[in-house]
Design a protein around this ligand. Structure first.
Ligand code: NAD
Length: 429
Protein backbone atom coordinates (compact mmCIF):
# COMPACT_ATOMS: atom_id res chain seq x y z
CA UNK A 1 0.00 0.00 0.00
CA UNK A 2 3.01 2.26 0.00
CA UNK A 3 2.81 5.44 -2.00
CA UNK A 4 5.62 7.79 -2.89
CA UNK A 5 5.59 10.83 -0.59
CA UNK A 6 7.35 13.16 -3.09
CA UNK A 7 5.11 12.43 -6.03
CA UNK A 8 2.06 14.68 -6.28
CA UNK A 9 -0.68 13.07 -8.32
CA UNK A 10 -2.71 16.27 -8.67
CA UNK A 11 0.31 18.03 -10.20
CA UNK A 12 0.38 15.22 -12.73
CA UNK A 13 -3.36 15.51 -13.42
CA UNK A 14 -3.05 19.28 -13.89
CA UNK A 15 -0.04 18.84 -16.15
CA UNK A 16 -2.05 16.53 -18.38
CA UNK A 17 -4.95 18.98 -18.30
CA UNK A 18 -2.68 21.91 -19.29
CA UNK A 19 -1.19 19.91 -22.15
CA UNK A 20 -4.61 19.08 -23.61
CA UNK A 21 -6.04 22.54 -22.91
CA UNK A 22 -3.16 23.86 -25.02
CA UNK A 23 -3.89 21.38 -27.82
CA UNK A 24 -7.57 22.42 -27.69
CA UNK A 25 -6.57 26.11 -27.59
CA UNK A 26 -8.90 26.65 -24.61
CA UNK A 27 -9.22 30.25 -23.50
CA UNK A 28 -7.49 31.39 -20.32
CA UNK A 29 -10.60 31.71 -18.13
CA UNK A 30 -11.85 28.21 -19.00
CA UNK A 31 -8.44 26.77 -18.13
CA UNK A 32 -8.41 28.63 -14.82
CA UNK A 33 -11.88 27.29 -14.01
CA UNK A 34 -11.31 23.67 -15.01
CA UNK A 35 -7.86 23.12 -13.56
CA UNK A 36 -9.10 23.26 -9.93
CA UNK A 37 -12.12 21.80 -8.09
CA UNK A 38 -15.36 23.83 -7.84
CA UNK A 39 -15.77 22.81 -4.18
CA UNK A 40 -13.73 20.95 -1.61
CA UNK A 41 -14.01 20.10 2.08
CA UNK A 42 -11.66 18.73 4.74
CA UNK A 43 -12.88 17.25 8.02
CA UNK A 44 -11.57 15.99 11.33
CA UNK A 45 -13.36 12.75 12.03
CA UNK A 46 -13.51 11.57 15.66
CA UNK A 47 -14.14 7.81 15.89
CA UNK A 48 -14.66 5.77 19.03
CA UNK A 49 -12.54 2.61 19.30
CA UNK A 50 -13.95 -0.57 20.87
CA UNK A 51 -12.00 0.13 24.08
CA UNK A 52 -13.78 3.50 24.46
CA UNK A 53 -10.85 5.66 23.32
CA UNK A 54 -11.53 8.17 20.53
CA UNK A 55 -9.15 8.66 17.63
CA UNK A 56 -9.17 11.49 15.10
CA UNK A 57 -8.97 10.69 11.38
CA UNK A 58 -8.62 13.12 8.46
CA UNK A 59 -11.14 12.99 5.64
CA UNK A 60 -11.78 14.82 2.39
CA UNK A 61 -14.54 15.49 -0.12
CA UNK A 62 -13.86 17.12 -3.51
CA UNK A 63 -16.72 17.97 -5.89
CA UNK A 64 -14.66 18.76 -8.93
CA UNK A 65 -17.13 19.86 -11.59
CA UNK A 66 -20.89 19.43 -11.94
CA UNK A 67 -21.60 21.26 -15.21
CA UNK A 68 -22.85 18.03 -16.83
CA UNK A 69 -24.89 16.69 -13.90
CA UNK A 70 -24.67 15.61 -10.24
CA UNK A 71 -21.12 14.66 -9.29
CA UNK A 72 -20.19 11.01 -8.86
CA UNK A 73 -17.09 9.64 -7.20
CA UNK A 74 -15.43 6.86 -5.24
CA UNK A 75 -14.69 6.86 -1.49
CA UNK A 76 -11.21 5.64 -0.63
CA UNK A 77 -9.90 4.41 2.71
CA UNK A 78 -6.11 4.50 2.56
CA UNK A 79 -3.42 5.43 5.14
CA UNK A 80 -1.49 7.56 2.61
CA UNK A 81 -4.51 9.44 1.26
CA UNK A 82 -4.05 13.17 0.66
CA UNK A 83 -6.31 16.02 -0.45
CA UNK A 84 -4.28 16.15 -3.68
CA UNK A 85 -5.00 12.52 -4.56
CA UNK A 86 -8.69 13.18 -3.95
CA UNK A 87 -8.52 16.32 -6.14
CA UNK A 88 -6.89 14.30 -8.92
CA UNK A 89 -9.48 11.53 -8.62
CA UNK A 90 -12.29 14.10 -8.76
CA UNK A 91 -10.79 15.65 -11.87
CA UNK A 92 -10.34 12.27 -13.56
CA UNK A 93 -13.91 11.26 -12.69
CA UNK A 94 -15.16 14.45 -14.37
CA UNK A 95 -13.36 13.43 -17.59
CA UNK A 96 -14.45 9.76 -17.30
CA UNK A 97 -18.13 10.69 -17.18
CA UNK A 98 -17.70 13.10 -20.07
CA UNK A 99 -15.87 10.57 -22.29
CA UNK A 100 -18.81 8.22 -21.84
CA UNK A 101 -21.36 10.99 -22.29
CA UNK A 102 -22.90 10.20 -18.89
CA UNK A 103 -25.09 12.97 -17.42
CA UNK A 104 -22.76 13.28 -14.43
CA UNK A 105 -19.91 15.38 -13.08
CA UNK A 106 -16.91 14.16 -11.08
CA UNK A 107 -16.08 14.03 -7.38
CA UNK A 108 -14.03 11.93 -4.97
CA UNK A 109 -13.69 11.48 -1.23
CA UNK A 110 -11.59 9.58 1.25
CA UNK A 111 -10.66 8.85 4.82
CA UNK A 112 -7.01 8.63 5.83
CA UNK A 113 -6.95 5.24 7.54
CA UNK A 114 -5.91 1.63 7.14
CA UNK A 115 -9.04 -0.52 7.57
CA UNK A 116 -6.84 -3.56 8.36
CA UNK A 117 -6.13 -2.00 11.74
CA UNK A 118 -9.77 -1.76 12.85
CA UNK A 119 -12.36 -4.26 14.02
CA UNK A 120 -15.59 -4.57 12.04
CA UNK A 121 -17.47 -2.37 14.52
CA UNK A 122 -14.74 0.28 14.36
CA UNK A 123 -14.85 0.17 10.54
CA UNK A 124 -18.62 0.66 10.72
CA UNK A 125 -18.19 3.69 13.01
CA UNK A 126 -15.66 5.21 10.56
CA UNK A 127 -18.15 4.78 7.69
CA UNK A 128 -21.03 6.23 9.68
CA UNK A 129 -18.91 9.07 11.13
CA UNK A 130 -17.73 10.01 7.65
CA UNK A 131 -21.31 10.17 6.36
CA UNK A 132 -22.32 12.39 9.27
CA UNK A 133 -19.70 14.90 8.00
CA UNK A 134 -20.88 14.85 4.40
CA UNK A 135 -24.62 14.09 4.69
CA UNK A 136 -25.67 17.66 3.91
CA UNK A 137 -23.15 18.10 1.11
CA UNK A 138 -24.04 15.01 -0.90
CA UNK A 139 -27.18 13.17 -2.13
CA UNK A 140 -28.77 11.46 -5.13
CA UNK A 141 -29.36 14.76 -6.98
CA UNK A 142 -26.13 16.43 -5.95
CA UNK A 143 -23.15 14.13 -5.31
CA UNK A 144 -23.32 10.33 -5.40
CA UNK A 145 -20.69 8.19 -3.64
CA UNK A 146 -19.35 4.78 -4.67
CA UNK A 147 -16.56 2.28 -3.93
CA UNK A 148 -12.82 2.73 -4.46
CA UNK A 149 -9.69 1.41 -2.78
CA UNK A 150 -10.46 -0.63 0.37
CA UNK A 151 -14.17 0.26 0.47
CA UNK A 152 -16.47 -2.72 0.05
CA UNK A 153 -20.23 -3.20 -0.61
CA UNK A 154 -20.66 -3.58 3.18
CA UNK A 155 -19.12 -0.12 3.69
CA UNK A 156 -21.49 1.28 1.04
CA UNK A 157 -24.44 -0.19 2.95
CA UNK A 158 -23.33 1.24 6.31
CA UNK A 159 -22.89 4.64 4.64
CA UNK A 160 -26.32 4.42 3.00
CA UNK A 161 -27.95 3.41 6.26
CA UNK A 162 -26.42 6.38 8.10
CA UNK A 163 -27.48 8.77 5.34
CA UNK A 164 -31.06 7.48 5.41
CA UNK A 165 -31.14 7.67 9.21
CA UNK A 166 -30.04 11.33 9.09
CA UNK A 167 -32.53 12.30 6.37
CA UNK A 168 -35.41 10.12 7.57
CA UNK A 169 -36.15 8.67 4.14
CA UNK A 170 -34.95 5.92 1.82
CA UNK A 171 -32.32 7.18 -0.63
CA UNK A 172 -30.82 4.22 -2.51
CA UNK A 173 -29.46 6.72 -5.08
CA UNK A 174 -27.10 8.23 -2.47
CA UNK A 175 -24.44 5.59 -3.06
CA UNK A 176 -23.52 2.90 -5.58
CA UNK A 177 -21.62 -0.36 -5.23
CA UNK A 178 -24.20 -1.51 -2.66
CA UNK A 179 -24.81 -5.21 -1.98
CA UNK A 180 -27.09 -6.58 -4.72
CA UNK A 181 -29.97 -7.31 -2.33
CA UNK A 182 -29.78 -3.71 -1.06
CA UNK A 183 -30.53 -2.01 -4.41
CA UNK A 184 -27.05 -2.68 -5.79
CA UNK A 185 -26.55 -3.39 -9.46
CA UNK A 186 -25.56 -6.80 -10.67
CA UNK A 187 -22.23 -6.49 -12.45
CA UNK A 188 -20.98 -3.48 -10.38
CA UNK A 189 -18.14 -5.48 -8.80
CA UNK A 190 -16.95 -6.67 -12.18
CA UNK A 191 -17.56 -3.39 -14.03
CA UNK A 192 -14.21 -1.50 -13.94
CA UNK A 193 -12.07 -4.57 -14.66
CA UNK A 194 -14.60 -5.91 -17.14
CA UNK A 195 -14.71 -2.62 -19.08
CA UNK A 196 -10.90 -2.50 -19.22
CA UNK A 197 -10.78 -5.97 -20.76
CA UNK A 198 -13.56 -5.13 -23.25
CA UNK A 199 -11.35 -2.32 -24.55
CA UNK A 200 -8.34 -4.65 -24.62
CA UNK A 201 -10.42 -7.06 -26.72
CA UNK A 202 -11.16 -4.28 -29.25
CA UNK A 203 -7.52 -3.14 -29.34
CA UNK A 204 -6.28 -6.70 -29.95
CA UNK A 205 -8.89 -7.11 -32.71
CA UNK A 206 -7.67 -3.94 -34.38
CA UNK A 207 -4.07 -5.18 -34.13
CA UNK A 208 -5.13 -8.54 -35.58
CA UNK A 209 -3.82 -10.35 -32.48
CA UNK A 210 -5.36 -13.52 -31.10
CA UNK A 211 -5.95 -13.04 -27.34
CA UNK A 212 -5.34 -16.76 -26.68
CA UNK A 213 -1.73 -16.26 -27.84
CA UNK A 214 -1.11 -13.42 -25.38
CA UNK A 215 0.26 -13.33 -21.84
CA UNK A 216 -0.44 -10.59 -19.30
CA UNK A 217 0.88 -9.48 -15.94
CA UNK A 218 -1.41 -7.74 -13.42
CA UNK A 219 -0.59 -5.50 -10.46
CA UNK A 220 -3.48 -5.58 -7.97
CA UNK A 221 -5.95 -8.37 -7.25
CA UNK A 222 -8.74 -6.38 -5.58
CA UNK A 223 -12.08 -5.37 -7.05
CA UNK A 224 -10.59 -4.06 -10.28
CA UNK A 225 -7.59 -6.36 -10.83
CA UNK A 226 -9.43 -9.55 -9.95
CA UNK A 227 -12.27 -8.99 -12.39
CA UNK A 228 -9.96 -7.76 -15.13
CA UNK A 229 -7.87 -10.92 -14.73
CA UNK A 230 -11.03 -13.04 -14.68
CA UNK A 231 -12.36 -11.75 -18.01
CA UNK A 232 -8.91 -11.88 -19.61
CA UNK A 233 -8.64 -15.52 -18.50
CA UNK A 234 -12.18 -16.27 -19.75
CA UNK A 235 -11.32 -14.78 -23.15
CA UNK A 236 -8.40 -17.23 -23.33
CA UNK A 237 -5.42 -15.05 -22.31
CA UNK A 238 -2.67 -16.49 -20.11
CA UNK A 239 -2.15 -14.74 -16.76
CA UNK A 240 1.58 -14.90 -16.12
CA UNK A 241 1.81 -12.90 -12.90
CA UNK A 242 -0.26 -11.16 -10.24
CA UNK A 243 1.20 -8.60 -7.86
CA UNK A 244 -0.44 -7.48 -4.63
CA UNK A 245 0.22 -6.04 -1.18
CA UNK A 246 0.98 -8.18 1.87
CA UNK A 247 -0.25 -6.46 5.00
CA UNK A 248 1.61 -8.77 7.42
CA UNK A 249 5.02 -8.33 5.76
CA UNK A 250 4.27 -4.68 4.89
CA UNK A 251 5.53 -5.17 1.36
CA UNK A 252 4.24 -6.16 -2.06
CA UNK A 253 4.86 -9.49 -3.81
CA UNK A 254 4.46 -10.76 -7.36
CA UNK A 255 3.11 -14.31 -7.73
CA UNK A 256 4.22 -16.19 -10.81
CA UNK A 257 3.60 -19.63 -12.27
CA UNK A 258 5.50 -20.67 -15.37
CA UNK A 259 2.57 -22.23 -17.22
CA UNK A 260 0.11 -19.55 -16.19
CA UNK A 261 -1.88 -18.86 -13.08
CA UNK A 262 -4.93 -20.87 -12.04
CA UNK A 263 -7.36 -17.96 -11.57
CA UNK A 264 -9.93 -19.74 -9.38
CA UNK A 265 -7.25 -21.25 -7.17
CA UNK A 266 -5.66 -17.85 -6.59
CA UNK A 267 -9.03 -16.26 -5.79
CA UNK A 268 -9.64 -18.97 -3.18
CA UNK A 269 -6.54 -17.81 -1.23
CA UNK A 270 -7.20 -14.04 -1.54
CA UNK A 271 -8.73 -11.96 1.25
CA UNK A 272 -11.33 -9.18 1.01
CA UNK A 273 -8.56 -6.58 0.53
CA UNK A 274 -7.23 -8.36 -2.57
CA UNK A 275 -4.19 -9.80 -0.77
CA UNK A 276 -3.02 -13.27 -1.73
CA UNK A 277 -1.98 -15.57 1.14
CA UNK A 278 1.75 -15.94 0.55
CA UNK A 279 2.21 -19.28 2.34
CA UNK A 280 -0.73 -20.90 0.59
CA UNK A 281 0.52 -19.60 -2.77
CA UNK A 282 3.94 -21.13 -2.09
CA UNK A 283 2.22 -24.41 -1.13
CA UNK A 284 0.35 -24.33 -4.47
CA UNK A 285 3.69 -24.03 -6.30
CA UNK A 286 3.73 -20.31 -7.06
CA UNK A 287 6.99 -18.43 -7.12
CA UNK A 288 6.87 -15.38 -4.86
CA UNK A 289 8.97 -12.54 -6.33
CA UNK A 290 9.53 -8.95 -5.15
CA UNK A 291 6.59 -6.54 -5.58
CA UNK A 292 8.01 -4.65 -8.57
CA UNK A 293 8.62 -7.80 -10.61
CA UNK A 294 5.09 -7.83 -12.03
CA UNK A 295 6.43 -5.11 -14.37
CA UNK A 296 9.40 -7.11 -15.62
CA UNK A 297 7.60 -10.24 -16.84
CA UNK A 298 7.98 -11.65 -20.36
CA UNK A 299 4.42 -10.73 -21.41
CA UNK A 300 2.52 -8.89 -24.15
CA UNK A 301 0.24 -6.90 -21.85
CA UNK A 302 0.68 -5.11 -18.52
CA UNK A 303 -2.37 -4.30 -16.42
CA UNK A 304 -1.63 -1.96 -13.48
CA UNK A 305 -4.73 -2.28 -11.25
CA UNK A 306 -3.49 -1.12 -7.84
CA UNK A 307 -2.19 2.41 -7.18
CA UNK A 308 -0.92 5.60 -8.79
CA UNK A 309 2.63 6.15 -10.03
CA UNK A 310 3.66 2.52 -10.45
CA UNK A 311 5.29 2.83 -13.91
CA UNK A 312 7.93 5.52 -13.73
CA UNK A 313 11.20 6.80 -15.15
CA UNK A 314 13.18 4.71 -12.63
CA UNK A 315 11.56 1.37 -13.52
CA UNK A 316 10.33 1.76 -17.12
CA UNK A 317 13.51 0.07 -18.41
CA UNK A 318 12.45 -3.11 -16.60
CA UNK A 319 9.47 -3.52 -18.95
CA UNK A 320 10.14 -6.38 -21.38
CA UNK A 321 10.55 -5.55 -25.10
CA UNK A 322 7.71 -7.99 -25.68
CA UNK A 323 5.15 -5.68 -24.00
CA UNK A 324 2.99 -3.90 -26.58
CA UNK A 325 -0.03 -2.78 -24.53
CA UNK A 326 -0.50 -1.22 -21.08
CA UNK A 327 -4.11 -1.18 -19.85
CA UNK A 328 -4.37 1.39 -17.06
CA UNK A 329 -7.05 -0.27 -14.94
CA UNK A 330 -5.89 1.73 -11.87
CA UNK A 331 -6.18 5.51 -11.69
CA UNK A 332 -2.96 7.33 -12.55
CA UNK A 333 -0.61 4.30 -12.61
CA UNK A 334 1.83 5.80 -15.15
CA UNK A 335 4.00 8.87 -14.68
CA UNK A 336 3.08 11.13 -17.61
CA UNK A 337 6.72 12.00 -18.24
CA UNK A 338 7.34 8.51 -19.56
CA UNK A 339 4.47 8.57 -22.09
CA UNK A 340 6.88 9.65 -24.88
CA UNK A 341 9.31 6.85 -23.92
CA UNK A 342 6.53 4.25 -24.01
CA UNK A 343 5.37 5.68 -27.31
CA UNK A 344 8.91 5.43 -28.78
CA UNK A 345 9.04 1.83 -27.61
CA UNK A 346 5.84 1.11 -29.56
CA UNK A 347 3.78 0.46 -26.42
CA UNK A 348 0.13 1.47 -26.68
CA UNK A 349 -1.25 2.89 -23.43
CA UNK A 350 -5.01 2.58 -22.87
CA UNK A 351 -5.44 5.52 -20.48
CA UNK A 352 -7.10 5.19 -17.09
CA UNK A 353 -9.90 7.68 -17.68
CA UNK A 354 -11.10 5.46 -20.51
CA UNK A 355 -9.88 2.01 -19.39
CA UNK A 356 -11.50 1.86 -15.95
CA UNK A 357 -14.60 3.89 -16.75
CA UNK A 358 -16.72 0.70 -16.73
CA UNK A 359 -16.99 1.37 -12.96
CA UNK A 360 -18.75 4.69 -13.32
CA UNK A 361 -20.83 3.46 -16.26
CA UNK A 362 -22.21 0.73 -14.00
CA UNK A 363 -22.67 3.17 -11.12
CA UNK A 364 -24.78 5.27 -13.46
CA UNK A 365 -26.79 2.13 -14.34
CA UNK A 366 -27.18 1.40 -10.63
CA UNK A 367 -28.66 4.89 -10.14
CA UNK A 368 -31.00 4.43 -13.10
CA UNK A 369 -32.17 1.02 -11.84
CA UNK A 370 -32.59 2.39 -8.31
CA UNK A 371 -34.68 5.32 -9.57
CA UNK A 372 -36.96 2.91 -11.45
CA UNK A 373 -36.87 0.37 -8.64
CA UNK A 374 -36.48 -2.19 -11.41
CA UNK A 375 -33.27 -4.18 -11.62
CA UNK A 376 -31.70 -5.73 -14.69
CA UNK A 377 -30.13 -9.20 -14.96
CA UNK A 378 -26.32 -9.35 -14.78
CA UNK A 379 -25.96 -10.25 -18.46
CA UNK A 380 -27.98 -7.20 -19.46
CA UNK A 381 -25.87 -4.90 -17.27
CA UNK A 382 -22.61 -6.30 -18.61
CA UNK A 383 -23.75 -6.14 -22.21
CA UNK A 384 -24.83 -2.50 -21.74
CA UNK A 385 -21.39 -1.71 -20.25
CA UNK A 386 -19.79 -3.49 -23.21
CA UNK A 387 -21.62 -1.39 -25.80
CA UNK A 388 -21.19 1.87 -23.90
CA UNK A 389 -17.44 1.52 -23.31
CA UNK A 390 -16.79 0.09 -26.78
CA UNK A 391 -18.46 3.11 -28.30
CA UNK A 392 -16.42 5.44 -26.04
CA UNK A 393 -13.25 3.61 -27.12
CA UNK A 394 -14.07 4.11 -30.82
CA UNK A 395 -14.85 7.81 -30.24
CA UNK A 396 -11.43 8.19 -28.62
CA UNK A 397 -9.59 6.02 -31.14
CA UNK A 398 -11.13 7.85 -34.15
CA UNK A 399 -10.27 11.19 -32.56
CA UNK A 400 -6.69 10.01 -31.94
CA UNK A 401 -6.32 8.93 -35.59
CA UNK A 402 -7.88 12.12 -36.96
CA UNK A 403 -5.72 14.46 -34.89
CA UNK A 404 -2.62 12.23 -34.75
CA UNK A 405 -2.49 12.25 -30.95
CA UNK A 406 -2.12 9.46 -28.39
CA UNK A 407 -5.15 7.71 -26.90
CA UNK A 408 -4.40 9.55 -23.65
CA UNK A 409 -4.42 12.98 -25.27
CA UNK A 410 -7.51 12.08 -27.32
CA UNK A 411 -9.41 10.95 -24.20
CA UNK A 412 -8.58 14.14 -22.32
CA UNK A 413 -9.29 16.39 -25.29
CA UNK A 414 -12.70 14.87 -25.95
CA UNK A 415 -13.66 15.02 -22.28
CA UNK A 416 -12.32 18.51 -21.54
CA UNK A 417 -14.04 19.87 -24.61
CA UNK A 418 -17.40 18.42 -23.51
CA UNK A 419 -17.07 19.77 -19.94
CA UNK A 420 -15.87 23.18 -21.14
CA UNK A 421 -18.86 23.41 -23.49
CA UNK A 422 -21.25 22.55 -20.63
CA UNK A 423 -19.74 25.32 -18.46
CA UNK A 424 -20.04 27.83 -21.32
CA UNK A 425 -23.60 26.78 -22.16
CA UNK A 426 -24.58 27.42 -18.54
CA UNK A 427 -22.91 30.83 -18.82
CA UNK A 428 -20.67 30.06 -15.84
CA UNK A 429 -17.63 31.36 -17.65
P1 NAD B 1 -8.89 -2.72 -3.86
O1 NAD B 1 -8.60 -2.15 -2.53
O2 NAD B 1 -10.08 -3.61 -4.02
O3 NAD B 1 -7.60 -3.54 -4.39
C1 NAD B 1 -6.32 -2.94 -4.45
C2 NAD B 1 -5.33 -4.01 -4.88
O4 NAD B 1 -4.03 -3.39 -5.01
C3 NAD B 1 -5.16 -5.14 -3.85
O5 NAD B 1 -4.93 -6.36 -4.53
C4 NAD B 1 -3.91 -4.72 -3.09
O6 NAD B 1 -3.22 -5.82 -2.51
C5 NAD B 1 -3.09 -4.12 -4.23
N1 NAD B 1 -2.04 -3.22 -3.78
C6 NAD B 1 -2.16 -2.22 -2.87
N2 NAD B 1 -0.95 -1.63 -2.71
C7 NAD B 1 -0.09 -2.27 -3.54
C8 NAD B 1 1.31 -2.14 -3.81
N3 NAD B 1 2.06 -1.20 -3.22
N4 NAD B 1 1.87 -2.98 -4.70
C9 NAD B 1 1.13 -3.94 -5.30
N5 NAD B 1 -0.18 -4.12 -5.08
C10 NAD B 1 -0.78 -3.29 -4.21
O7 NAD B 1 -8.97 -1.46 -4.86
P2 NAD B 1 -9.72 -1.40 -6.25
O8 NAD B 1 -11.09 -0.92 -6.03
O9 NAD B 1 -9.45 -2.64 -7.01
O10 NAD B 1 -8.94 -0.17 -6.94
C11 NAD B 1 -7.71 -0.36 -7.63
C12 NAD B 1 -7.45 0.84 -8.54
O11 NAD B 1 -8.54 0.98 -9.46
C13 NAD B 1 -7.35 2.18 -7.84
O12 NAD B 1 -6.47 3.00 -8.57
C14 NAD B 1 -8.77 2.74 -7.93
O13 NAD B 1 -8.81 4.14 -7.81
C15 NAD B 1 -9.11 2.29 -9.33
N6 NAD B 1 -10.55 2.20 -9.62
C16 NAD B 1 -11.42 1.58 -8.78
C17 NAD B 1 -12.77 1.49 -9.12
C18 NAD B 1 -13.77 0.81 -8.23
O14 NAD B 1 -14.97 0.87 -8.55
N7 NAD B 1 -13.36 0.14 -7.17
C19 NAD B 1 -13.22 2.03 -10.32
C20 NAD B 1 -12.30 2.63 -11.18
C21 NAD B 1 -10.96 2.70 -10.81
Amino acid sequence: MEKSTQYNVFDMAQKQFNRCAELLELDHITREFLKVPMREYQFSLPVLMDNGDPIILRSFLVQYNDARGPTKGGVRFHPAETIDTIRALGMWMTWKCAINNLPLGGSSSGVVCDPHLFTASEQERICRGFVRKIAHLTGPDWDVLGPDIMTSPQYMLWMLDEYETIHGKKYPGFITGKPIHHAGSKGRKEAPGYGAMVILREVLNEMGKDITKTRASFQGFGMVGQHAAQLYHQMGGVIACIGCWNHKDRTAYSFVKKDGIDFDQLVSITNEFGEIDKQKALDFGYECLPGDDWLAQDVDILVPAALENQIRQDNENRISIRVKIIVEAANGPTDLDIDPILNDRGIMVIPDILANSGGVICSYFEQVQGNMNYFWPREEVLSKIDSQITSAYFDVSNFAHSYQVSLRDASYMLAIDRVARACHERNWI
